[in-house]
Every structure is written in C-alpha cells, then in structure tokens.
Design a binder for this molecule. Structure first.
Ligand SMILES: Cc1cc2nc3c(=O)[nH]c(=O)nc-3n(C[C@H](O)[C@H](O)[C@H](O)COP(=O)(O)O)c2cc1C
Length: 437
C-alpha cells in the first residue's frame, strides 16, 4: 500500500491581479477582495490539501524597469499575503495558510507577535514561507543589500530570535484559574535578551503559548546554503528538481543530512516537490497539445517574452524575434543564472524566436518529457515519487476557482482511490496534519 502524500498549492503570482491575461478574468472576480481566494481555499480544503503557500515579493524592482514589471502584472502589483491569511482562515477549518515572509522586512519582535496572533486565531493553521531575496533592501532602510549567504545567516538569526520569543512562557506560566483568580505566573517567564550579529532586542513576548505548537516553517531556497537552512530550520521544504529517481533521492538526502547535522531527524522535514501539471481529458488531447507546442505562434512567443521581460528586467518584447539574441541587452545586475535559464543550450547565433520557442515546448507526463497528460498519468507520477520515499507535492499555479477546478476535478477522486490523498483531517492544525502520515 502506497503511503499517502501531502499536497500543497502554491499561489505563484502572489496576492496580485488574478486572471490578468487570461480569458477567465471575465468571471468578474476582483483580486483585491477576499472572495476569489476564499472560494479557492474552500475547494483546496474539500480536496484534502495540507496547505496553501502564497508567493510574495515586496518590491517592484529597480526604478528604471518598473514598467516591465507592472506592464503585464507579472511582477506587481502585490498586496501583503500575511494580511490575507485571516480571511482564508475564516473561510476554512483545516487548511494551512502559509504567506511568504522576508526577514528583511520585519523585526523579530513584531514578526513573532503577528505570527503568534495568527497561529491563535487559526487554531494552529498558520505557517510562514521564509525567503531571503535581498533586492528590496532599499525599501527597509538598507542601502547595500546583503550577499546571498549573509541573507541566509540573517534569516537563521531572525528565525531563532522569533522562536525564542515564542518560547518566552515556561510550562505552567499560564494558569488561568478563576478559583484562585490567578491568570499567569510572571516568575516563570523567560526574559529573552537577544544580542546577535543582525538584531539586538529584549523580550519576553506578550503573547501566550500555542496549544497546537508553533507556526510551521516553510522554505524554498535551492542552493547549498538554502538546503542547509531547510535542514536546520524548516518543517516543510519546497523543492524544484528533475523528477528522476536519482535526483529525487539525492535532493532528499541533502536535506536529511543537513537536518541530522543540526541534531534533527530526517522525518522532521516534509519535502514537497513543485509541479505544474497541464491536465487534459484524454491521451489524444495531450498529444495534440504537445505537437502544437512545437510550432508556437507569435502570440504565444510574445506572452513568454512578456513574462521573461518582467523576470529579467529587460524588455525582450522590443527585440527583433528573428535576430540573434545579444546578451549585452542584459544589465549587470540581472542574475546570470536567470539569463542561462533563458538561453538554455543555444549558442550566440540562436534567434530570440528559437530561444523563446524552446520555452513554449511542452512534453508528455507519460514519458517524463513534460507535464501534459491525463489525471491518471499525473497520479502515476505521484505514485512513482511516493515509491522513492517522497513526502508530497506542491501544485503551482494561480488560485482562481477555474484553475483549481480544472486541475483537481478529475485528479482528486483518482488520488483518493489510490490511497495517495487523505480523506479527512486530524484535529490539531497544520502541524498535526503534516505529522499524521
Ligand atoms: C516553490 C518555490 C517558491 C518560492 N517562493 C518565493 C517567494 O514567494 N518569494 C521569493 O522572493 N522567492 C521565492 N522563491 C525563491 C527562493 O526563495 C530562492 O530565492 C530560490 O529558490 C533560489 O534559492 P537559493 O537562493 O537558495 O539559491 C521560491 C522558490 C520556490 C522553488
């Protein structure tokens, strides 16, 4: 019997203009109102998902390229997902809600207090996706962004500080006894005096202990330092990896080794591999979509260019599709890894059309060449991952009811029948449900 898997949904465009650029915009939801997200979150809960993770980036990027980021709403606007969380908790009873949080943007005491409040309000269903992007440093009073590894060091110190504040109350400090009239015992509180490299402050925190345990810590970093952070600190790691057995096992082993090195157990970290399936009704339809993707029309290429222009902060839509791509168009600050991912295996003679067409190319789930297939084929993949020891998957997309139903309507019954998807929740919130199998 296959072990059930944990399922997460990643709202990849963040709390932003949902449906923009898609025809389902005409369903008429307003992305600034909670209804769109509440309806979708209820469906995820009905499906048995463990958690919803909400992407975030607090910045619109550099002043010169703001138009590229907002023109097609790929990079902004975005509202703060932390403040969406209470609306989603009000609409659901079991689903975990995990907004993205960057330690650069909030001091430990404020963060610990806000997260403690949300953990209580949700009866233990709150988590935070800790990211270390430094591009927004100037918005938070820092002229020079930290380097990559230093940002992780700061995140570890921040999280340690937040946790020490959450642990301000010793067992027995909270009495709440109406007979004696005593609410709490102040002599059983930890003072918390933090003097670190990045933060200095005093506690204790004026919130009360958590009946359902501390908020769940999620992390998505994929570098060596990122995997080390996950092993040391995270309850859930969001992973991107090739989906062959050797890659999956090696990714999991690296996190597990990092966990053991920090005195934790491998099973303390639930690893969810991110996938973006395109589910269709029949193998024939999947074949047709894959075949059509080999000859993308100009509109399809333009859409890819728009997204890449936002991510790379460089206007690819203004370039000649049929001329070779000159890499000097990219300013120095643009990530070399992102440029390499755009260009792939092509050499300097390749036209922009050829490069973008490679990004349009779809493949079949059935033969491992891509993500287009039927719900049965996708369930086969999840079952195969499970047989290699996997804990679960993170489905990547927007959070529109149309997308959620399109992805889940056929898939959920198939996964349930195969014993891969839970058919009910245990009490105790997100932490208890992650530990349930
Ligand atoms: C599933 C997933 C979700 C992510 N969500 C965010 C996010 O919301 N905000 C963000 O700034 N970065 C996000 N990232 C990027 C990571 O934080 C990180 O920058 C990236 O994975 C590179 O990792 P590294 O810096 O350890 O190399 C995400 C990455 C993955 C795989």
């Amino acid at each position: 019997m296959t072990r059930p898997q944990h399922f997460g949904w990643f709202l990849a465009r963040g709390f932003g203009p949902h449906g923009w650029g898609h025809d389902y915009l005409d369903w008429g939801y307003d992305w600034t109102r909670p209804d769109l997200y509440q309806q979708s979150a209820r469906t995820l809960e009905q499906a048995g998902f463990d958690l919803l993770v909400i992407e975030d980036a607090p910045s619109l990027g550099s002043a010169e390229t703001i138009d590229l980021r907002v023109r097609h709403a790929f990079g902004g606007p975005k509202h703060d997902p932390l403040l969406l969380a209470p609306y989603l908790f009000a609409a659901t009873a079991h689903l975990g809600v995990v907004p993205t949080v960057n330690p650069a943007a909030s001091l430990p005491y404020t963060a610990a207090r806000q997260f403690a409040t949300l953990q209580h309000l949700s009866a233990g269903r709150f988590g935070l996706n800790v990211v270390t992007d430094t591009g927004s440093a100037r918005h938070f009073g820092t002229a020079e962004p930290l380097g990559h590894d230093a940002a992780y060091d700061r995140a570890e110190e921040w999280l340690g500080a937040v946790r020490s504040l959450w642990r301000s109350w010793d067992d027995g400090a909270l009495i709440a006894d109406p007979v004696s009239g005593r609410y709490a015992d102040g002599t059983r509180m930890q003072p918390v005096s933090h003097r670190g490299e990045y933060y200095a402050f005093d506690g204790p925190l004026n919130a009360i202990p958590f009946p359902a345990g501390e908020p769940v810590i999620v992390s998505p970093g994929g570098s060596g330092r990122g995997l080390g952070f996950a092993g040391a600190n995270s309850d859930v790691q969001l992973a991107i990896s090739p989906l062959d057995e050797a890659s999956i096992r090696s990714y999991r082993a690296r996190i597990h080794d990092a966990a053991v090195a920090r005195g934790r157990r491998p099973s303390d970290v639930t690893i969810l591999f991110a996938l973006q399936p395109v589910l269709v009704d029949s193998p024939e339809e999947a074949d047709r979509i894959v075949a059509a993707s080999r000859t993308p029309d100009d509109a399809a290429l333009r859409r890819i260019a728009q997204r890449q222009s936002s991510d790379l902060e460089t206007d690819l839509t203004a370039l000649d599709l049929d001329a070779p791509l000159d890499v000097s168009v990219f300013a120095d600050h643009v990530s070399h890894g992102s440029i390499r991912r755009l260009i792939g295996d092509h050499d300097e003679t390749a036209s922009l059309r050829t490069i973008l067409a490679a990004h349009a190319r779809a493949g079949r789930l059935r033969d491992g060449s891509g993500m287009v297939g039927t719900a049965d084929e996708f369930a086969d993949l999840i079952e195969e991952l499970a047989s290699w020891g996997n804990d679960g998957v993170l489905l990547w997309g927007d959070l529109h009811p149309v997308t959620v139903h399109r992805t889940l309507d056929r898939l959920v019954p198939i996964l349930r029948r195969r014993g891969l998807l839970r058919d009910g929740y245990v009490d105790g919130g997100l932490r208890a449900n992650l530990a349930a199998f």
